[in-house]
Design a protein around this ligand. Structure first.
Ligand code: SAM
Length: 253
């Protein structure tokens, strides 16, 4: 296994992860304690739960345990956005596909020390509302553009505008074909040196195969963090020669 050289890209993801100072208790507390006992109606898009499409009545607490970024993921998310702040004088532009309860969003925003703008796409109206409220509580003043609806409608809307992103977190529709389609849509909208973080690259053989295709993309450096993968979209050559680099086991997401 090739272990990441911390002196690599932008100080290296490993270095960023080690230096990350995310206050996880604060992230958790930004979802008020009482909310976890509430039951809500959400839409299941059939690709994040391995259940078919339809409506699901579930508790917020269960959703937090099963579908939200946990501490390990959250620290990585914060590390990626933190690694960008020094080079983005006007702030970091973040796009997240699948806002859910806002755990990942708050971690990304705190990593950027709130010097950012956040665009979130979420299919379930109740989750979109909760995520937006949570971000407002945790990071007042950060501009939020939350789009509600299926990604197949909201993503084309977003990329049709003249926008550019520094950090994209793809964390919704866990199907290989969809992941590759989303990549094709966002790629022209990435600033040089952007991170694209892909969740659940080992969710299924199909997701892993799609991840391996992204690893071979021109101009991309890929990092395998086990549950998530990260693509650094920088130079026009691919020094990693189509292979993903790994981080030390103690740091996997
Ligand atoms: C795994 S959760 C996201 C967790 C969140 N990114 C975090 O870090 O805490 C996936 C979310 O994507 C949403 N989602 C899944 N497929 C979708 C689709 N096709 N269109 C819109 N939203 C979708 C789900 O409603 C769910 O809230």
């Amino acid at each position: 296994m090739t272990v990441l050289d911390p002196s690599g890209v932008m100080g290296g993801p490993t270095a960023a992860r080690v230096a990350s100072v995310l206050d996880w208790n604060f992230v958790r507390a930004s979802l008020p304690r009482g909310e976890r006992d509430k039951w809500i109606d959400i839409l299941d898009f059939g690709a994040s739960s391995k259940v078919g499409e339809g409506r699901v009545f579930t508790s917020v607490g269960k959703l937090e345990r099963t579908a939200s970024a946990d501490r390990r993921k959250a620290i990585w998310l914060a590390a990626f956005s933190a690694s960008l702040t020094a080079s983005r004088r006007d702030g970091v532009d973040i796009l997240e596909l699948g806002a859910c309860l806002g755990s990942g969003a708050v971690s990304l925003i705190l990593g950027a020390q709130k010097q950012c703008r956040y665009v979130g796409l979420e299919g379930s109206p109740e989750l979109a509302r909760m995520a937006k409220d949570r971000i407002r509580r945790a990071a007042p003043g950060v501009p939020i553009d939350m789009r509600v609806g299926p990604f197949r409608d909201t993503l084309p809307e977003i990329v049709a505008d003249d926008v550019r992103f520094d950090l994209v977190f793809l964390d919704g529709h866990h199907k290989g074909r969809i992941l590759l389609e989303q990549w094709g849509q966002i790629r022209p909208r990435l600033n040089k040196g952007a991170w694209v973080v892909v969740d659940d690259i080992r969710w299924s053989g199909d997701m892993h195969a799609a991840w391996n295709k992204l690893v071979g993309e021109e101009g991309v450096l890929a990092f395998d963090l086990f549950r998530i993968g990260a693509l650094y979209c920088g130079e026009s050559t691919n020094p990693a020669e189509g292979k993903s680099r790994r981080v030390p086991l103690s740091l996997i997401a």
